[in-house]
Design a protein around this ligand. Sequence first.
Ligand code: RUB
Length: 306
Amino acid sequence: MTTAVELAAKRIKTLEVQGARNVAITAIKAIEELTKKSRAQNKPQFMKELFKARDVLFSSRETEPLMRNAVRHIIYEVEKSKEKNPKELANLVHQVSSRFLQNLETSKERIAEIGSKRIKFHSRILTHCHSSTVTYLFERAKKEGKQFEVICTETRPLFQGRITAQELIDLGIKTTMIVDSAVRFFMNKVDLVMVGADAITSEGNVVNKIGTSLVALAANEARTPFYVVSELLKFDPSTVYGEYEKIEERNPKEIWADAPSNIEIRNPAFDITRRKFIHGIICEEGIISPHSVLEVVRKKYPWIFI
Ligand code: RUB
């Protein structure tokens, strides 16, 4: 029988669920579901199930530290608890998960509140891919009565830009769709760039959808402010200890389904934008410099480093 975790991992892998936030939320809910139905007789059996769930979820997509931080946090709290009864441990998973999800919600609100102040009347903003955090910020600015417009890239090869465009149109925000390679053409016509993040490294570099670093380069050359809109929980603690963020490489068929057999196709899902191209990270603690991200995360979420 397929478990809730296996099902969630499949939905994440196939991008039925996409975007770091949605991926993390889906993973947390799957773990809750799994533990609620657990038949474990004792704590070691319960832990075994949790570890297996962790491995399945972690291998669904490589570049998702928010999901990893969430799952690790849940497991850490269960491991350190003195409770031995599996039913009570499932309750604990529920409590920890709810707190985590609540914190994500609060961060999203705070980010939108702070970030929408950077959107002035009649601003034109460029975004890339689909970030639910960025879209929510736009929603907030719209609710505040601001008139602005958004240019979004189509985001090849899987066209997540269409999700963004549809959501923005539904919100009544004037939206223009462009091909990814038209970014430089439009860069002088926009006031700022706002993109999401999948991972933030200890050096303040940001990993986001492939093409983001090119958008940042174009913004830099045109002197257009480039903002990353992200929860601090996307910080990857392993980068402090020397690891590089792994970049997921996806199926070449996403690029060319019936390609000739003797061609090599590469399909990295993400790229790295260096901190020097980032004007600021709009996060729950304010708009911060990428240089200070490690320090701010240490203060706000010390448990990440355990
Ligand atoms: C989505 C993507 C998004 C970030 C942030 O890539 O790069 O910008 O995940 O999204 P994919 P959010 O479609 O491959 O998952 O703000 O919703 O966490």
